[in-house]
Unconditional design. Sequence first.
Length: 170
Amino acid sequence: MNELSDRGVVDHNFHAVPAHIKYPRENAVHYLVVVLSDSDPYSAIQEQILREHIEAVIDGLMVICKLLEPQIITLCTSTQDQHLVSGFIEALDGKILNIQPLVVPNTYPFASDEMIKIQLYEQTKNIHQGNTSCVVVRPSLLYQLQQSVLFGSPCTVSYTHLRAHETRRH
């Protein structure tokens, strides 16, 4: 996890928390949940990053998979955004095979990480939920991982200026 702390990767979901603190590598990770949609209008940036930077998000997913070594990748969407799962799997192009969908009710606010974990355990009938590690991430974090770990870019670019930054870089 030195890669995350050295590069200052921060998970901006709800509260800005350094990624190396939020995702410590102490225990084996059973589930890695990638939240693909959010009914919160303030979180529209997640879907925008997913739409406009899918390759970078997938590269970031590969990075976090290498760091955390999850057993199962779960793609979480609301009932109205289930189409995002098939599009994401298609974009993965067979790079990861142990994927399962998780459809949660379309509520507002969408769900915290803890609510998503509860839904996952209920839907998978996981009787070992107390002993099973589950990490929840969003496209913004995966994009940051790709930019920071693969390209050495510091996490200083505001998401609202992401598009302008990308245009200037290319």
